[in-house]
Design a protein around this ligand. Structure first.
Ligand SMILES: [Ca+2]
Ligand SMILES: [Ca+2]
Ligand SMILES: [Ca+2]
Length: 90
């Protein structure tokens, strides 16, 4: 079961390590909050597309958090997850 922001209740800390891929979800940050300012907005999209590789494109250094589906690339499948977690416009 996922909350409105896409996190499972009680899943405060999740760490995934596979090869040189490392992604850490820190409590309080939504998936897709790539600049860690507690929202998911166009600034995060900018970070995301700075990491964009396309399907099977590998994972640039420092872009582990942008690989939201954990398949070692940054593509539109990952962007779909960012979109699902996008914060409401103020
Ligand atoms: Ca953000
Ligand atoms: Ca992919
Ligand atoms: Ca991916």
């Amino acid at each position: 079961m996922l909350t409105k922001r896409g996190r499972a209740p009680g899943a405060g800390f999740v760490a995934i390590v596979a090869g040189d891929y490392h992604s850490t979800g820190v409590k309080g940050f939504a998936r897709g909050d790539l600049d860690h300012d507690r929202d998911v907005d166009r600034d995060d999209f900018g970070v995301f597309f700075g990491c964009f590789t396309g399907p099977g494109g590998g994972l640039p250094t420092g872009c582990g958090e942008a690989d939201l589906d954990g398949d070692t690339d940054v593509d539109l499948a990952d962007f779909a997850i960012v979109q699902l977690n996008r914060s409401p416009v103020n």
